[in-house]
Design a protein around this ligand. Structure first.
Ligand SMILES: NC(=[NH2+])NCCC[C@H](N)C(=O)O
Ligand SMILES: [Mn+2]
Ligand SMILES: [Mn+2]
Length: 323
C-alpha cells in the first residue's frame, strides 16, 4: 500500500529545525538534544526512507542574559523564551508554506509555542496531538515552577498571553505579544500519555472539555483505540491537518531515561511508535516536534538509548514501519 501525505508536496520534503534551546526549564543539557539526534544519523535515516531532507545547521539563538530577563510574575526567562519561540514560528511557518514538513528537534517543550504557531500560520484548521506525561497547560497563575515548558498550551489557547503579563517592559514589546493573534481552539487539542497533571491543569482540562487520554485510558482501551478516540475528538472526519508534538518523557523512563522530568508508568516502546505510525498513516501529518531529549542526564548508555528512540519515533512518524 502506498501511503501518501495529503498536504505535503511531492517529492516529499522534510525540513529539520534544530533548536538547541533550554530556556523554558532549569536543567542544562536539553539544548544538546537536537545535536545528538542529528549526530546519530537522523538526516541519512530519513533520506533512507525516501524523503528529501533539508538541514542547514542548528539554530543559533542569541542569549538574553538573566540580568535583562528577570521573571515576570512567576515566569522565568520570559523575554528569552518569547524571542526564541517567535523565531521558531517564523521558520516553521516558512517551511510549511513551501509545502515541506517541518520537523523540530528540541530543546525544551516551550518551543512548541513556536512550532504550533508556525503550523497554524499555514494551516489555520490544524489540530494538535500532544503526546506527553504532562499537560503543559499551566497558566501564569497556576504554574508552580514558573518553567515555561510547562505552559506552552496555555499561551497557544490564549489562557495566558502578553496581556496577563502586564504592559510594562521598559518600552520593549511585552513578551509573547507576538502570540496575541494566535488561537488554538481547545477543541483542536488532544493529549495522549498523561500521568503527571497539576491540579490547576486538571481544572483547565475539565472546564474546556479538552480531549485527554491518560495512561489509564491506554491501559483500559489499548493504544489502538485511544489514538482513534483522540482523532475522533479533534479530527472526526479525518480531513484536517495534524501537528504532532511528542515529548519524549511520554515514554516510560525505562525506554527514554535521559529527559528532565521523567515520570514512571509511561508508554512502552511500541505504544509510542504506534502513535507515530498511525498518524503518518492518516496522510494528514503536516508538522512534527520531538522534544525534551536531554543528553546530559544519566549515563552514556541511557543517553544513547534515548537519542536512538527519539530518532526511531521520528522515522515511524515519517513512514518507516508501515508496509
Ligand atoms: N515539557 C515538560 N517536560 N513539562 C513538564 C512540566 C512540569 C510541571 N507541570 C510544570 O509546570 O513545571
Ligand atoms: Mn513532559
Ligand atoms: Mn512536554
Amino acid at each position: 500500500m502506498n501511503h501518501k501525505l495529503r498536504f505535503i508536496a511531492e517529492p516529499k520534503t522534510v525540513s529539520i529545525v534544530g533548536c538547541p534551546f533550554s530556556g523554558g526549564q532549569h536543567r542544562v543539557g536539553v539544548d544538546k538534544g537536537p545535536i545528538h539526534m542529528v549526530n546519530a544519523g537522523l538526516v541519512e535515516q530519513l533520506r533512507g526512507l525516501g524523503w528529501i531532507v533539508e538541514f542547514d545547521g542548528h539554530h543559533q539563538f542569541e542569549d538574553i542574559s538573566a540580568e535583562f530577563d528577570p521573571p515576570i510574575g512567576k515566569l522565568k526567562n520570559p523575554r528569552f523564551v518569547s524571542k526564541v519561540t517567535q523565531a521558531v514560528a517564523q521558520v516553521v511557518g516558512d517551511h510549511a508554506t513551501r509545502g515541506s514538513l517541518p520537523l523540530t528537534l528540541g530543546g525544551d517543550h516551550s518551543l512548541a509555542m513556536g512550532t504550533i504557531a508556525g503550523t497554524l500560520s499555514r494551516y489555520s484548521d490544524a489540530c494538535v496531538i500532544w503526546v506527553d506525561a504532562h499537560a503543559d497547560i499551566n497558566t501564569h497563575e497556576t504554574t508552580d515552577s514558573g518553567n515555561i515548558h510547562g505552559m506552552p498550551l496555555a499561551f497557544l489557547t490564549s489562557l495566558s498571553g502578553s496581556k496577563s503579563l502586564g504592559n510594562n517592559n521598559g518600552g520593549q514589546p511585552v513578551p509573547f505579544s507576538w502570540l496575541d493573534s494566535v488561537h488554538l481552539h481547545p477543541s483542536r487539542l488532544a493529549y495522549i500519555g498523561l500521568r503527571d497533571v497539576d491540579q490547576g491543569e486538571k481544572t483547565i482540562l475539565r472546564e474546556h472539555n479538552i480531549a485527554a487520554f491518560s495512561m489509564h485510558e491506554i491501559d483500559r482501551y489499548g493504544i489502538g483505540s485511544v489514538v482513534e478516540m483522540a482523532l475522533d475528538r479533534v479530527n472526526p472526519d479525518r480531513s484536517k491537518p495534524i501537528h504532532l508534538s511528542f515529548d519524549v518523557d511520554a515514554l516510560d523512563p525505562s525506554v527514554a531515561p535521559s529527559t528532565g522530568t521523567p515520570v514512571r508508568g509511561g508508554l512502552t516502546f511500541r505504544e509510542g511508535h504506534y502513535i507515530c505510525e498511525r498518524l503518518y498513516e492518516t496522510g494528514l501529518l503536516v508538522a512534527i516536534d520531538l522534544m525534551e531529549v536531554n543528553p546530559s542526564l544519566r549515563d552514556a548508555a541511557d543517553v544513547q538509548q534515548t537519542v536512538a528512540v527519539g530518532c526511531s519515533l521520528v522515522r515511524a512518524a515519517l513512514g518507516e514501519t508501515l508496509l
